[in-house]
Design a binder for this molecule. Structure first.
Ligand SMILES: Nc1nc2c(c(=O)[nH]1)N[C@H]1C(S)=C(S)[C@@H](COP(=O)(O)OP(=O)(O)OC[C@H]3O[C@@H](n4cnc5c(=O)[nH]c(N)nc54)[C@H](O)[C@@H]3O)O[C@H]1N2
Ligand SMILES: Nc1nc2c(c(=O)[nH]1)N[C@H]1C(S)=C(S)[C@@H](COP(=O)(O)OP(=O)(O)OC[C@H]3O[C@@H](n4cnc5c(=O)[nH]c(N)nc54)[C@H](O)[C@@H]3O)O[C@H]1N2
Ligand SMILES: [Mo]
Length: 674
């Protein structure tokens, strides 16, 4: 995207030369400029006064207060009692600094970020199966050349409009699209086949499709033999997923299962793509692995216009998970409990590896620990609005209130910032420089177009100053974002996400560089797995995965499935988009999608207000009656706060590996309020 015009009246345009989106932006991109000069934008630090009001203060006062509170917490409760919560919208440079700040300036184990709620299950599954995680291990253009695509739990038409040009091209080329979603979304409407599965039955669906592929001789025996391991156990397991059994579990007819299997199995090139629908479950890693099994059995990985991929979420969803913002991670996608990784990163940072903390708590576990014995007592939140976006939000709000001290950095007074003791105003995307890594693992540049308003600072400056005031300034002296990036390159060198051969200059000259890029002369890696996988044996691993019911299934009191997700015109917790008039016009309020039959059964009127309850709490939504959803399922977007927050309802049951909460399925009941 390009930004033009004066700071007071910025204009946004698509960059038609840029290879990934060819100038296409989604509605939120076109309207993003209005957030820059929005009247509600934070323009100075705020601190809570004796009456409990947030009042403007100087940076000096705010920083002094933060340092003294962090010190007090650490003196009384130990280093790990200060926590850091980051976000996947931050640049690579900021994500890297957040991780370093936590480990070096605070010495705390407890840093995690909202990517845990986003792509963590797909990331864990890819690491398990392929030894490495890069959202798409191939360039996005490959989509256009796939003869068949299975898209699972993604509503890309609404959540990634710029990528749809590749699906359009795929269709023009005669390719076919299968969408697995409990709703007939705009994405599913343009598919050749819609698999309207029961929420939480993804692994059964995948096993059922693989059963038919094996039965009908559509698998690639050669590829399985030479490039993979573990197929025998999977073949044994899927042999028990007979189509009638799978139809019973998933609600997808045997005829459609066979159609899906044959579309995929008979295509010369094919892709399996997953997104949050199947990943945001307590079985999210297993679900993803079960779809990866299909891609491996068909021999898709490492071939042009074929493969498995995860469609990324936030702006820097990929880079945000590579540079140490995650509780168990060091830069370059290294593991913090790996002695060699600790030695390498400590030497780049100029510290003793023994001073590096151990792995900390995952995002929800950290939120759940707030204010408790042995938990986090003081928290810095930067780049997330947790009280709206974390699961089991009533509980999370209670935990946040029990903190000794909360500091939030944001552009606006988000619902989470409203609860803070200190609020710091941050520069927005057009006011700072840095790099992002897109869904293809392509490192791209974001240039600074404007200066931030006078009392607003960019997060990098803020973090470095805070480190200095904590007495660790010598580890945080940088001239520029590029300076930070050059250190990140060294820290990532030799790691799975190796950026050491990527420079600002090279990014500019090539419209981005794909990692891994291990030295200056290396051109980057657009397509992975052509020869081998990143596992010790070089082979990809099959994983036998049983279907398991959701953690909180429907019962006679909570008879319906509740699922949650997104709308085209709103973004995430809505801090920015709920403040843009055009977008509010398109999606003015929280609503629930209900099937006409279900509406009749529960006495709900289109446009009326309904209360939804689950075992966690209740929330209120405007009713939208639509035949595009299963009769047994309710769908609510999570973009609103207060009584309209979907996350008052959601279940925080976590996937055992990724620690992803079960946002996508729980038992619920609905009643009319008027
Ligand atoms: N407009 C808009 N675009 C966005 C965002 C936004 O907030 N607004 N957020 C960005 C981010 S951070 C992300 S992560 C992406 C997310 O992008 P998506 O993954 O496309 O978005 P979701 O709406 O969360 O979920 C996708 C679909 O999963 C379906 N689903 C629900 N339960 C199940 C299930 O049990 N199984 C299966 N197979 N499907 C199920 C839902 O009906 C929904 O249509 O979007 C990005 N783009
Ligand atoms: N029920 C339900 N809940 C969900 C999901 C779901 O599908 N269903 N999806 C989950 C997913 S995939 C995600 S990614 C999360 C997203 O939810 P959040 O983690 O809350 O993400 P955002 O709403 O983008 O919040 C980012 C906040 O940080 C601010 N911010 C953005 N960039 C910067 C920056 O550079 N610096 C500073 N200082 N502040 C910044 C924004 O103004 C905003 O207030 O929600 C998760 N929650
Ligand atoms: Mo996300």
């Amino acid at each position: 995207m390009v930004v033009e015009g004066a700071a007071a009246d910025p204009k946004i345009a698509g960059n038609t030369e840029f290879p990934v989106n060819k100038g296409a932006l989604c509605i939120k991109g076109w309207t993003a400029a209005s957030a820059l000069n929005h009247p509600e934008r934070l323009r100075s630090p705020l601190m809570r006064d004796a009456d409990g009001n947030l009042v403007p203060v100087s940076w000096d006062t705010a920083m002094e207060r933060i340092v003294s509170e962090f010190r007090r917490t650490q003196d009384d409760f130990g280093a790990d009692a200060v926590g850091v919560f980051g976000g996947g919208s931050l640049t690579n440079e900021k994500s890297y600094l957040m991780g370093k700040f936590a480990r070096v300036a605070l010495g705390t184990a407890n840093i995690d970020y909202n990517g845990r709620f986003c792509m963590s299950s797909a990331a864990a599954a890819s690491i398990k199966a392929f030894g490495i995680d890069r959202g798409l291990p191939f360039p996005v253009e490959d989509i256009a050349g796939a003869e068949a695509i299975l898209l699972v739990g993604s509503n890309a038409s609404e959540t990634m409009p710029p990528i749809m040009q590749y699906f359009e091209a795929q269709r023009t080329n005669g390719g076919r699209l299968i969408v697995a979603d409990p709703r007939l979304t705009p994405t599913a409407q343009r598919a050749d086949l819609h698999l309207r599965l029961t929420p939480g039955t993804d692994a059964a669906l995948a096993n059922g499709i693989l059963h038919i592929l094996v039965r009908d001789g559509l698998i690639d025996a050669d590829y399985i033999e030479t490039r993979t391991e573990g197929f025998a156990a999977v073949r044994g397991l899927v042999s028990t997923y007979w189509p009638e059994r799978v139809e019973r579990i998933t609600g997808v007819s045997e005829a459609n299962l066979v159609r899906a299997a044959h579309m995929l199995g008979e295509a010369r090139t094919a892709m399996v793509l997953t997104a949050r629908g199947t990943e945001q479950q307590a079985q999210g890693v297993n679900n993803t692995l079960s779809f990866i099994n299909i891609a491996l059995a068909l021999g898709l990985l490492g071939k042009a216009n074929s493969g498995y991929g995860c469609l990324t979420g936030q702006g820097n969803g990929q880079g945000g998970r590579e540079h140490g913002q995650k509780a168990d991670q060091l830069p370059g996608y290294r593991k913090i409990d790996d002695p060699a990784a600790r030695t390498h990163v400590a030497s780049v940072w100029g510290i003793d590896p023994d001073t590096l903390p151990a792995p900390g708590m995952s995002a929800y576990e950290m939120l759940d620990s707030l204010g408790r014995e042995g938990g986090v007592r003081s928290l810095l939140v930067l780049g997330s609005n947790v009280v709206v976006s974390a699961p089991n939000a009533i509980h999370v709000e209670r935990r946040l209130r029990s903190l000794d001290f909360l500091v939030v950095s944001d552009f606006f007074l988000s619902e989470t910032a409203e609860m803070a003791d200190v609020v710091l105003p941050s520069a927005q995307w057009a006011e700072e420089a840095g790099t992002m890594t897109n869904l293809e693992g392509r490192v791209i540049m974001r240039k600074q177009a404007f200066e931030p308003p006078p009392e607003v600072r960019d997060d990098m400056q803020m973090i470095c100053e805070l480190a200095e005031r904590m007495g660790k300034g010598q580890y945080f002296s940088y001239e520029s974002a590029e300076d930070v990036f050059n250190e990140l390159r060294q820290a990532s060198s030799g790691g799975p996400a190796d950026y050491s051969g990527i420079s600002y200059e090279k990014i500019e000259a090539n419209d981005g560089v794909f990692w891994p890029c291990p030295d200056d002369g290396h051109a980057g890696t657009p397509r992975m797995f052509t020869e081998r996988f990143a596992t010790p044996s070089g082979r990809a691993g099959f994983n036998a995965v049983q279907h398991q019911p959701p953690a909180d299934p429907p019962n006679s009191v909570f008879p319906l499935y509740l699922t949650t997700g997104r709308l085209l015109a709103q973004y995430q917790s809505g801090t920015q988009t709920r403040r843009v008039e055009e977008l509010v016009g398109m999606a003015p309020e929280a609503m629930v999608e209900v099937h006409p039959t279900t509406a009749r059964v529960y006495g709900l009127l289109n446009g009326g207000i309904a209360r939804i309850s689950t075992r966690r709490g209740d929330a209120e939504f405007k009713v939208r009656v639509t035949a595009n959803i299963r009769e047994d399922t309710l769908f609510v977007p999570f973009h609103w706060g207060g009584k309209r927050a979907a996350n008052r309802l959601t279940n925080a049951a976590l996937d055992p590996t990724s620690r992803m909460p079960e946002f996508k399925v729980c038992g619920a009941m609905i009643e009319a309020m008027d």
